[in-house]
Design a protein around this ligand. Structure first.
Ligand SMILES: Cc1cc2nc3c(=O)[nH]c(=O)nc-3n(C[C@H](O)[C@H](O)[C@H](O)COP(=O)(O)OP(=O)(O)OC[C@H]3O[C@@H](n4cnc5c(N)ncnc54)[C@H](O)[C@@H]3O)c2cc1C
Ligand SMILES: *[C@@H]1O[C@H](CO)[C@@H](O)[C@H](O)[C@H]1NC(C)=O
Ligand SMILES: *[C@@H]1O[C@H](CO)[C@@H](O)[C@H](O)[C@H]1NC(C)=O
Length: 507
């Protein structure tokens, strides 16, 4: 045999072997094999969607959910139709939610015009007219230009808020809620988080009367709480009174099942009970670390190992009970603070319009959204006439003289007596007690972290800034980017300062 060919062949073989091994080693380090997402609400399912986008088709994504896909996005069936009981409306500038329905090919729900009124526990203190100019003049008469100024204030917060979409588009992520907020709105946003909406608006020169009569009813309907929620969630709440709000045809929860399907992740119908950090010796003699996810499903308990885990449920009493072991410093099962209860009661029946102090005949009562001021006479946070999640052709919202589906939000379940005073008669009552959103008590001492451990992330930390579908989606994309950059050690894409000015000069 020719020694030269031999050495050449050997070299070739060696070279091949070498590159082969490098490939294998790189792959091992390059891509995670398995990712777990805990919870299949809009947060968990959009996390699955963005994780797939970041890590590509090779990784296996498991989404754990013991209940219905959708979480706080849920519907109930009354007669032939379904109605939203949880998260209901989406702002026109919620770009992730908009992107999802476009991607999934789901249309928005057909719009039905609505009319708002404010109830002080005795009578309606304000009733919207069909005419914009009439409303405008009525408001101007009572509150001067406060309305316009409120709109401008919310707009200025929203303007800064919108920056997050550009950052995420460019692949930037943030390691904490504070850093994310700071990148959007600088110290101003952190100050908003630290003061009440009342303090923030008084500081802007709004009157107590305006706060009590206009702002409070809005925070009560959206967050079941007073103007003493933080200024940021307050601004989000006021944006929820903007025109152009929309919902998803067939129910908002459809987005969740759509994202699950689109992300090609596997739904594991089980409740996660504990997560432990484990070292495993590997073939090459080194050790590799994993997260062991323990869960209980219909067929008993089991566990699996994952490279990355995303928690997409609040770590709070009454919301989840997950124990963490093998971590130092330890990770608590529950973070400080609690979730606020909002009971959503759907009544199919005839409204007692006299309860609202209305002297009009019920056939002329066409108000669909009744907000309430904070008075000792108000046992409810809001009362609204509901349209089905799919609006059938030719649908018109019936006046109060006809039987209709009404949704009542209240802090406590309604007693029979309360139901009897609000409704003349009914044929069904469906009650959902939600632990709906954080009970906001600024100043916020410390917001829970996004990063619980090296490759363990917590999406719902963002709710302590503001809780909304879009907030969970923003957090999901942030956590997916963060997980990707940290896995690949791309530190340049995390916590960059001055992004706003830098990206503007790049354009
Ligand atoms: C009455 C009400 C009205 C609202 N109105 C609006 C609105 O109009 N607009 C808006 O944008 N937002 C609204 N919200 C807020 C919005 O619904 C939430 O911010 C959003 O749905 C939160 O989504 P999420 O996926 O982060 O959490 P969730 O939807 O709570 O999802 C968490 C999931 O995790 C699951 N889970 C819990 N523990 C475990 C475990 N151990 N293992 C596995 N899974 C677990 C739960 O079953 C749940 O499905 C409203 C909320 C309520 C309750
Ligand atoms: C918010 O308030 C807390 C407690 O009063 C304080 O520790 C923190 O520094 C404040 N943060 C900001 C950004 O003002
Ligand atoms: C309707 O409400 C009014 C005012 O609260 C109350 O006096 C009346 O009893 C209610 N009607 C019925 C039938 O309950």
């Amino acid at each position: 045999m020719n020694p030269r060919t031999l050495s050449l062949r050997a070299l070739l073989l060696l070279g091949l072997w070498h590159t082969g091994r490098r490939c294998a080693a790189q792959e091992l380090q390059d891509q995670p094999k398995k990712i777990a997402v805990v919870g299949a609400g809009i947060g968990g399912t959009s996390a699955a969607f963005y994780l797939r986008q970041e890590f590509g088709p090779g990784v296996k994504i498991d989404v754990f959910e013991p209940g219905a896909v959708g979480g706080r996005l849920a519907t109930v069936k009354i007669g032939d139709y379904e109605y939203e009981t949880g998260g209901a409306v989406i702002h026109p500038l919620n770009l992730h939610m908009k992107h999802f329905i476009e991607k999934l090919g789901i249309p928005p729900r057909k719009e039905v015009p609505s009319k708002m009124a404010i109830f002080d526990g005795k009578e309606l203190t304000f009733e919207e007219s069909d005419w914009f100019i009439v409303n405008f003049l009525r408001m101007l008469w009572r509150f001067g230009f406060s309305f316009l100024r409120m709109h401008m204030w919310v707009e200025s917060v929203l303007d800064k808020f919108m920056r997050i979409y550009q950052y995420q588009q460019y692949g930037y992520s943030f390691s904490s809620v504070d850093k994310l907020l700071h990148a959007m709105g600088g110290d101003g946003f952190l100050t908003l988080l630290n003061q009440t909406l009342e303090e923030a608006m008084m500081g802007q020169g709004f009157s107590q009367v305006f706060l009590n009569n206009i702002v409070t009813p809005i925070t009560r309907v959206n967050y079941g709480q007073s103007v003493r929620i933080n200024g940021l969630v307050g601004a989000v709440s006021l944006a929820g009174a903007d025109p152009g709000l929309w919902a998803v045809d067939g129910g908002n929860k459809r987005v969740c099942s759509g994202l699950l399907y689109h992300s090609k992740s596997e739904l594991v119908p089980a409740r996660v009970t504990s997560i432990s950090f484990k070292d495993r010796p590997s073939k090459t003699g080194t050790t590799t670390s994993f997260y062991e996810v323990n869960y209980v499903g219909e067929s008993g308990s089991a566990h699996s190992l994952y490279d990355i885990v995303v928690i997409a449920t609040p770590l709070h009493r009454g919301k989840s009970d997950i124990t963490f072991s093998g971590f130092s410093p330890p990770i608590p099962s529950h973070y400080p603070g609690r979730y606020h209860q909002t009971v959503s009661t759907l009544v199919h029946g005839l409204l007692n319009t006299s309860y609202l102090g209305s002297a009009k005949p019920a056939s002329e009562f066409t108000v669909s959204e009744i907000l309430t001021t904070d008075s000792k006479d108000s046992v409810i946070n809001s009362l609204s006439s509901l349209d089905p999640v799919h609006v059938p052709p030719g649908y018109k919202r019936p006046p109060a003289s006809q039987s209709n589906v009404w949704k009542v939000f209240s802090p406590q379940p309604l007693s029979q007596e309360q139901l009897r005073s609000m409704f003349l008669s009914w044929d069904s009552v469906s009650e959902t007690p939600w632990l709906a959103y954080p009970s906001y008590r600024p100043p916020q001492r410390n917001t829970p972290p996004f990063i619980l451990h090296e490759r363990l992330y917590y999406l719902n930390a963002v709710e302590w800034a503001a809780s909304a579908m879009e907030m969970s989606a923003i957090s999901a994309r942030n956590v997916a980017l963060l997980a990707h950059h940290r896995w690949h050690r791309q530190v340049g894409n995390v916590d960059q300062e001055d992004l706003h000015t830098r990206l503007r000069s790049e354009l």
